[in-house]
Structures are given as structure tokens and as C-alpha cells.
Design a protein around this ligand. Sequence first.
Ligand code: NAP
Ligand code: GLV
Length: 312
Amino acid sequence: MPTNPHAPIALCCSHVEGATWEAGLRAALPDAALSVWPVAAPDAEYAIVWSPTQDFLDAHPQLRLIFNMGAGVDALMRLRLPPNARIVRIEDGGMAVQMADYVCHALLRHFREFDRYAASAASSAWAPRAPRDRRDFPVGVMGLGALGQRVARTVAAFDFPVLGWSQSPKSIEGVTCLAGADEFDRFLSQTRVLVCLLPLTPATENILNYASLSRLKAGGYLINVARGAQLVEEDLLRLIDEGHMAGATLDVTRVEPAPPEHPFWHRPEIELTPHIAAQTVVREAIAQIAAKIAAGLDGAAPSGVVDPSRGY
Ligand code: NAP
Ligand code: GLV
């Protein structure tokens, strides 16, 4: 690990508020030499980035730690990294609570049929519907990391049956935890409302497809808050048309922004939001990154380092 307390830092903020990050980092790390891309700092040992270009990485061959401003590192993993660089992702950083409220909102809107009440209200119709039993709506959370665990616990607090699925076995109170490829089918077949909070990796690309979604209980519902490339979009539409799936709430699409002609905008069974389920809280992210840089200077390895062989 680096031991130089003045190790130069390069900041590369495409698509995000660069001035806020720069001011926050200068306040949190007053002794650091901070350069803001496109000014290059070829001796930089740390980078703090969101969607950097290959040019940025090529201009900083000495990088040791690349701090991603978000939780998902899939875009970064597609680039050619400097030889000694490791990626560090944001761990929660204020996003877990946002994920929990997004998923609970989508789940409860679907389960309590609030869209139908809104349609009734639009025609001034007082139209109560029979209550539904939450035991008929088991919720399965794919991915039990920083975000998925918080979502699973929050959904369980609403008394829904909750299942979770991850790579390695977990134990979470109130959640039936399953793991690995061997238990995937069991997880799906016991789930009606499927929440995806997996990182996008070669193993999870297209994981939400005709075969997997067909395994959900009848009247299945998908909430994808992870990455658009995990869903085969036409397979979801086909399963809705065939009556097996009731619909979906999607925060992500394969191409973002979704163009106006994208069928998801035009299907009443699908709610689409513009990748806002959980947004990095800059203040919390800067505090987390600054603490890791300080810990790194003391020789400790930071948490949240991405394992290149797993891709997350
Ligand atoms: P994380 O802490 O790394 O957790 C990932 C979880 O997925 C872990 O439980 C991991 O299992 C599991 N997993 C990974 N590959 C798997 C596989 N092949 N099979 C089964 N389980 C697998 O990630 P996080 O911080 O919770 O974030 C999850 C994702 O949410 C991010 O990668 C990002 O794409 C997405 N995200 C979206 C938004 C938005 O606004 N829409 C915002 C933030 C993040 P183990 O625990 O066994 O390793
Ligand atoms: C947002 O999608 C993130 O990965 O932080």
C-alpha cells in the first residue's frame, strides 16, 4: 500500500458534479495534491472516478487505488486498467436506505394495487377491492450485499415472506437465504416478486431471461434496480403477454437513457424510472473515500476492493 501522505490524487468526474466533489475532497484531504482531469497527474497513486475514459487511465500509469463514485463497477471493469491498480467501490454510502424505500414503494404499490385505485380516482369511482394476502407474495432478493441485505430486511419488516440469493451462503434474520447455482431454481420457484440487486458481471448478464422468469410463481413481478444488461427485455414483455408475469418496476434499461420509442415507456404493466433508485450521497461518499485513503496510508487494505476474478 502507498505510504506517502501527500500521494497525488486524480479526480475524473464525467456526468457528475465535479465542483462539489473537488471542494469536498479538498476539505476532507487538505494535504493531498489533487488534480482534476483533463489536467493529468502522471504520478497520481489514487484516482476518484465516475465513468472515466480510457485516456484518463492511460494518462495515470502509477495508479494503485481507483475509487469508484458508485457501487457498481461494471463500466470501469470494461476498461484497461494501469498494471498495479485495484478498484474500490462505494459500500452503501447512503444508497442502501434509498434502495430500501424505492423497492418497498414499488412492492407496496403493486401488492396494494395503488395504480388501480389511482385509475378509479381519476373517474371519481369509490371502488374498494378485496384485500390480498401477503403470504401469496413472497419476495426474492437477488444479491445480498450492501444494498440487497438492507432491502431484504426492510421488506421483511412489512411481514412479507422474504428469500435471498447470493454467491456465498448468508444468514439474515427473517430471510430464507439460498446461495449458488445449485439453489437458484429453488429460490426462483418460491418467489413471486423478484428484486435484482446483483452486480453486472459475465455471470449475471442476461440472468433475468425467459427461462429464469418463467420459474417465478404465477403472477410474477420484477423489480430491477441493478443493471439493464441483466434483463433480456423482450423476454419480460413476452412473459407479460403470456400472462405469467404481472408487470415490472425497472430503474435501469439496456440502453440509457431509454429512447422515447422504447416499449417499456408504453406498457401499462411497466413502471420505468431513470436510474435514480439510489444515488451516491456525495458527502457520505467523500467521507468514506477519505477514511480509506487515510487508512491506506497507515498500511491497511481498505474494504470494498473489487476482486477482478469475480468482477465485483
Ligand atoms: P455488493 O455489496 O457487491 O453485493 C453484491 C451481491 O451480489 C453479493 O451478495 C454477492 O454475493 C451477490 N452476487 C454477485 N454475483 C453473484 C452471482 N453470480 N450469483 C449469486 N449472487 C451473486 O453490491 P451492492 O453494493 O449491494 O450493489 C449491487 C448493485 O446494485 C451494484 O453492482 C449496482 O450495479 C447496482 N446499483 C444500482 C443503483 C441504481 O440506482 N439503480 C445504485 C447503486 C447500485 P456474495 O455476498 O456471496 O459475494
Ligand atoms: C449506481 O448505479 C451505482 O452503481 O452506484
